[in-house]
Design a protein around this ligand. Structure first.
Ligand code: GLN
Ligand code: ZN
Length: 771
């Protein structure tokens, strides 16, 4: 097939679209249903209206093939679990009694039955419900949702392509069900699962699907030869089916690497590849694999995860190269548009010039449609649009927001020495011990205290103008006074002010840093009905004024015990924001780090003896491919040290991380060079203390002894037992006593009781150690 005839067939498509609706209708309907205020019929009608609206918007924008089945009342992986009949035994009765309530029970649990575990969808901030499988799992096909949604779209006259999570990714995302040995590999169930996919495909075919998309993002991660063989087998078997639609296997979030030739050789009809960022390596890999002669290539050239306009000319040139490599080339965003907000046009508060740099889901749909038209009709057909795009890109590149010479000069002048404490750890430890004078096994907390409804009301009152900022500050002061008084009474050694003034640990800083933008309607699904509004790292970052010093000073003046200064680290600031696409992440991280460094210096000058810089996102931001990890961990640790190394020898730097699996980043944790690190450990019975000790970690550690994810109050005996386990790995001189994480989601009742247990446990062990 010649390039010209390939170009003639080019379509625009997308893999998925934001679910919630412009007015967050879905969230309201689902939460209303949970409260009993919205009927099941009304909820389902709202959902159907939203699907209809999404498809007509897409079609109206010029997207010729719309996705179906990407819509979900909670999560598309949970939908797949339902479609393959892998309902955990503990939820079966509820699902049989009422599929909708049973579905939500799997997602959220009930009084008596635990939900499925939830975890991050690859390296996005979306969370899916983890399938629970075991050797006894029996799969059965349930195509009801997939078929119904396809029919809806077809009945409306759309050309539609159902999207399902592919069988290999589904199994690779699963974990052993409760009671099944830990080493059980769900992928061993592939032969049992494939006939179920065959049945789903047959049902969709019969319902009128010409194509079905099977999403296999797990193949962009490092995969073993056995996993690649399983992939080859899966698509050989599915490809060999006679009663099936054409198969499009979609990959996104990174390059396919070794899986690319496997899929290129498989008897499937098309492949969707990501060509953005590091995934651009797919281009050379595809050529090396001999391309996809006679097949369909869907080219993800518009970044589906950031919120910036596309460089249309660059995309057109990528697409032109691809035309020679496949039978047909279609244009798409790199992944589902689930990961971006709905509509940049809703951001009416933004400077109109800046608003023109932004592309949310609606704008990205326009971009892929335009690119497809350029390919079909020639760039002459889209000259005006290309000129406008060029102008917008130039306005962004040359804007003083994007390039602040002072910030650039400062980052350029950073030296290796700026990112190192002036003294080695032993000297610091000695100086800090003398200055702080803490007992053995010092007690502290991670930062936040319960975010009570009074605090939320105060913030809402301030936003709505019902109270002024002086009144708001007074309410926060009252809270700080109570938090400090409680900690003194409870006998904690290193206090916190409780973070009552912070709506969110990233947003609070983003609002005060120059170069960050806030959106009004930029909601993105985090999980279920929880949506977040990540701030936008739009330009060069600087700190016009101190951000936390007044609150620190207020708290420290109330007590003679040390109060921790409390900041969010550079990696976490990036991880929970939309990042720039016009410079390396490391450059942005260093700019944020320098702003934080000034804050640390100001806190120190205001009397802070301990400053904690939280990096809960350090591990979750780890690149999907292990080959990319060393470079990431390198800039991430430099950024942290840049933020924290400008302090005196006797100022103690703490850091905090939340997750339980640290193995992959043990070296990086050491390279942060923090004097004290607190981490989650209660559930795994202090396992991490042993891992740190085994890795020769030389500094102080606070493995959490209270699992704050549950309202359960640990007894002092329990805490003693956990601390004994900790002491088996870490000497008493280097062990801290603290909860797993911040307390903002906890209530005051369990907070009081639990912290009293912790203090009692520490005292008991101190006596033991003394005696
Ligand atoms: N200092 C923060 C808090 O206590 C840390 C939160 C986190 O680790 N996610 O809330
Ligand atoms: Zn935490």
């Amino acid at each position: 097939m010649t390039a010209k005839s390939a170009a003639a067939a080019t379509l625009a498509t997308v893999y998925g679209y934001p679910r919630q609706g412009g007015g967050r209708e879905l969230k309201k309907a689902i939460e209303g249903y949970w409260k009993g205020a919205v009927s099941a019929d009304a909820l389902l009608a709202t959902a159907a209206d939203l699907r209809l609206e999404n498809w007509s918007r897409l079609a109206g924008a010029g997207v010729q093939e719309v996705p179906t089945g990407d819509f979900s009342l909670y999560d598309h992986v949970l939908d797949t679990t339902v479609a393959v009949g892998a309902i955990p035994p503990r939820h079966r009765a509820a699902v049989e009694a009422d599929p909708l309530d049973g579905y939500f029970a799997m997602a959220r649990g009930t009084q008596d039955v635990a939900p499925l575990e939830m975890t991050k969808w690859f390296d996005t901030n979306y969370h899916y419900l983890v399938p629970e499988l075991g050797p006894d799992t029996v799969f059965t096909a349930n195509s009801a949702k997939a078929v119904a949604e396809l029919r809806e779209a077809l009945d409306l006259g759309h050309s539609a392509r159902p999207v399902l999570v592919g069988p290999v990714t589904y199994l690779l995302l699963a974990k052993p069900a409760p009671g099944v040995p830990e080493d059980f590999q769900p992928l061993t169930l592939l032969d049992r699962l494939l006939p179920v996919y065959a049945a789903l495909l047959a049902d969709l075919h019969e319902a009128g699907a010409a194509w079905v998309q099977l999403d296999e993002p797990a193949l962009v991660q490092d995969r073993t030869p056995a996993e690649l063989n399983a992939t080859a087998r899966a698509y050989r078997d599915l490809g060999a089916l006679t009663d099936r639609p054409k198969l499009l296997v979609a990959s996104y979030f990174d390059r396919l690497g070794a899986a690319l030739p496997v899929l290129a050789r498989a008897p499937i009809d098309g492949l969707a590849l990501d060509f953005t960022g590091p995934a651009a390596a797919n281009l050379g890999d595809l050529a090396a694999a001999g391309g996809l002669p006679g097949k369909r290539l869907v080219a993800g050239v518009v970044d589906g995860r950031n919120i910036w306009i596309n460089d249309l000319e660059k995309s057109l040139s990528t697409l032109a190269t691809l035309l020679g490599l496949a039978g047909t080339v279609d244009v798409a965003p790199s992944c589902s548009l689930l990961h971006v907000p709905l509509d940049a046009a809703a951001e009416r508060d933004l400077d109109p010039q800046i608003a023109r740099w932004l592309a949310f889901a609606r704008q990205k749909a326009n971009e892929v449609a335009l690119l497809a038209r350029g390919l079909r009709e020639g760039t002459g057909a889209i000259t005006a649009e290309l000129a406008a795009n060029r102008a917008d890109l130039a306005s962004r590149a040359n804007s003083p927001i994007t390039r602040d010479p002072a910030v650039r000069a400062r980052t350029a002048a950073v030296t290796e020495a700026d990112a190192r404490r002036a003294q080695a750890y032993p000297e610091r430890a000695e100086a800090q011990r003398t200055r702080l004078g803490l007992p053995l096994l010092p007690t502290t907390t991670i930062g936040s205290f319960p975010q009570t409804s009074e605090l939320r009301v105060a913030r809402a009152d301030l936003t709505a103008g019902r109270i002024d900022s002086a009144a708001y500050r007074e309410r926060i002061r009252t809270e700080v006074r109570e938090v400090i008084a409680f900690q003194e009474k409870a006998g904690l050694d290193v206090l916190v002010h409780g973070e009552p003034e912070r709506n969110d640990m990233v947003q609070y800083f983003a609002e005060q840093l120059t170069g960050y933008l806030a959106t009004r309607h930029g909601w993105v699904q985090s999980y279920g009905t929880r949506y977040v509004r990540p701030p936008v790292l739009a330009g060069d970052i600087s700190r016009p004024h101190p951000m936390t010093v007044d609150w620190f000073r207020y708290a420290q003046d109330l007590t003679d015990r040390p109060v921790k200064g409390m900041l969010t680290g550079p990696v976490t600031m990036l991880a929970w924001s939309f990042v720039r696409d016009d410079q390396p992440l490391a450059d942005t991280a260093f700019q944020v780090a320098l702003a934080l460094r000034d804050e640390v210096t100001d806190l120190e000058a205001a009397g802070a003896v301990v400053v904690q810089v939280d990096e809960p996102a350090l591990r979750e931001t780890l690149p999907l491919r292990s080959a990319d990890r060393p470079a990431y961990l390198d800039w991430a640790t430099v950024a942290f040290r840049l933020a924290t190394s400008g302090v005196r020898v006797d100022t103690q730097i703490h850091t905090h991380m939340c997750y339980a699996e640290f193995g992959a980043i043990m070296t990086a944790i050491d390279e942060l060079d923090a004097d004290v690190i607190s981490l989650e450990a209660a559930r795994s019975h202090m396992e991490v203390a042993g891992e740190l000790a085994a890795a020769g970690y030389p500094r102080e550690v606070g493995p959490g002894v209270w699992d704050i994810h549950s309202p359960r109050v640990p007894s002092a005996d329990e805490a003693v037992e956990l601390l004994r386990a900790g002491l088996a790995a870490i000497p008493a001189e280097r062990l801290w006593v603290n909860p797993d994480c911040g307390l903002k989601t906890r209530g005051w009742t369990e907070t009081r009781a639990s912290l009293e247990s912790l203090v009692t446990a520490a005292r008991r062990l101190r006596d033991d150690l003394a005696g």
